[in-house]
Design a binder for this molecule. Structure first.
Ligand SMILES: [Fe+2]
Length: 419
């Protein structure tokens, strides 16, 4: 290969690389147009076109033209015979000198009238990617062997560019398809979980909507604690499902309109371990959901159940669900009592922090609520869950801030709880 060809090959070599970068933009068409222009200029040919071939549909589509009249149109499909001929004739071929024409017999006359004399197949690894259609040299001379060599080298690079562009397009559409399937599965999973949560809550007629609210409170706390979106989604699911074990507890015990006795209480207390058994065999996209269900009645001081874990032994997710669960219990009516006033709820949180609740979790929740009361957040998620006329901002905000300052320190949990 002489230096002229080497230089041109170098110039065109970048086309294949660029094909990768501009897979989905109009820049690729500009690049093909420029390549065609260079090719024509180099060989002193006045007109030409680059036509892409779609091997799936058999369709031909024009990517670039130069020097052709507006009425120029290429054949729109390629039949099997044409394709085989083009693949076999991978060199420069002047098809319309032959009688009858080798390819496009029906359109040959039209193409010749439009000034097209040469058809170069664009091939990559024996696969047809398109055609370069060219007029004759401006001088009227025949193409020399050197011209043909330049032509083949340039066409090869345009071919690789078009091929790479197509591959990238396919990869992109596959990635798009995968994204869509993932989204669908994700939605199905979420809907299934919510259906489960509704089933749990239907069994417990006094706490309807409890699971969903626990999911939402857990999500709010985790987000305030700086968890990433995936972790936040995981904890919301754990919140929805934390009481799934109640499905195996007798309905009478769950729905007892009075405080239950010790025996019934033992039966009810089976539900975290039962929940763990139910959730463990299921593959969840988020880790630890079964553990969060198992440990949502553990306490920081070790007096919880089913395993009597203490402090950091309890998974952080379970500590979040514990607070969300208790907070909802305190702030909603039960058959044997009305919900507590919010000042009482705050006092209860203060007294139970370090014994039952993790101070960091309580602080995060209080901070999230503070932001809502101060109007720092657009959405008022906690306030919406609590309903209207429950919290008096002017009264609660100072108490909330005081509680945060008491708990939000490096003091050990028990001291921080003030007990
Ligand atoms: Fe529970």
């Amino acid at each position: 290969m002489d230096t002229t060809i080497q230089k041109l090959v170098h110039t065109f070599g970048s086309l294949a690389d660029l094909g990768q970068e501009v897979a989905s933009s109009g820049v690729f068409d500009d690049m093909v147009r420029t390549s065609l222009h260079l090719l024509l200029g180099t060989l002193a040919i006045r007109r030409g076109a680059v036509v892409e071939y779609d091997p799936v549909s058999g369709a031909l589509s024009c990517r670039a033209t130069w020097g052709l009249s507006e009425r120029f149109c290429t054949p729109t499909t390629l039949d099997k015979l044409d394709r085989e001929t083009l693949v076999r004739e991978s060199g420069g071929i002047s098809l319309f000198d032959e009688v009858p024409p080798v390819v496009f017999p029906e359109q040959a006359e039209d193409l010749r009238e439009q000034g097209i004399e040469i058809i170069m197949p664009m091939l990559v690894r024996g696969e047809l990617t398109g055609l370069v259609l060219l007029g004759g040299k401006a001088s009227g001379d025949e193409l020399t062997n050197e011209d043909l060599e330049i032509l083949r080298a340039m066409v090869r690079h345009i071919s690789v560019g078009v091929h790479t562009h197509r591959l990238m397009g396919q990869l992109e559409s596959r990635a798009e398809e995968n994204r869509r399937i993932y989204e669908e599965l994700h939605t199905i999973y979420r809907d299934t979980v919510r259906a489960f949560a509704a089933a749990i809550d239907i069994k417990d007629k006094y706490t309807q909507g409890h699971s969903e609210r626990v999911g939402k409170y857990s999500e709010i706390i985790a987000r305030e604690m700086g968890w990433n979106e995936e972790e936040v989604e995981g904890i919301a699911i754990a919140g929805y499902l934390h009481d799934v074990g109640k499905l195996v507890v007798e309905r009478d015990i769950i729905n007892a309109p009075y405080r239950i006795d010790a025996k019934a209480s033992n039966e009810l207390n089976r539900h975290p371990a039962a929940g763990y058994e139910i959730l463990s065999p299921i593959h969840h996209p988020y880790a630890d959901i079964p553990l969060m269900a198992r440990h949502h009645h553990e306490r920081m001081d070790g007096r919880g159940y089913p395993d009597g874990l203490t402090g950091e032994q309890i998974p952080l997710g379970a500590r979040i669900v514990t607070l969300a669960d208790s907070f909802d219990a305190m702030t909603t009516d039960r058959p044997y009592r009305k919900r507590r006033g919010f000042t009482d709820v705050l006092e209860d949180l203060r007294l139970s922090t370090g014994k039952q609740f993790d101070p960091r979790v309580v602080v995060a929740f209080c901070k999230a609520l503070c932001k809502e009361l101060e109007g720092q957040t657009k959405e008022r998620r906690v306030l919406k869950l609590l309903g209207k006329n429950y919290i008096e901002t002017e009264q609660i905000l100072p108490l909330l801030k005081q509680l945060i300052s008491e708990l939000d320190s490096d003091k050990p949990p028990v001291a921080a709880a003030g007990v």
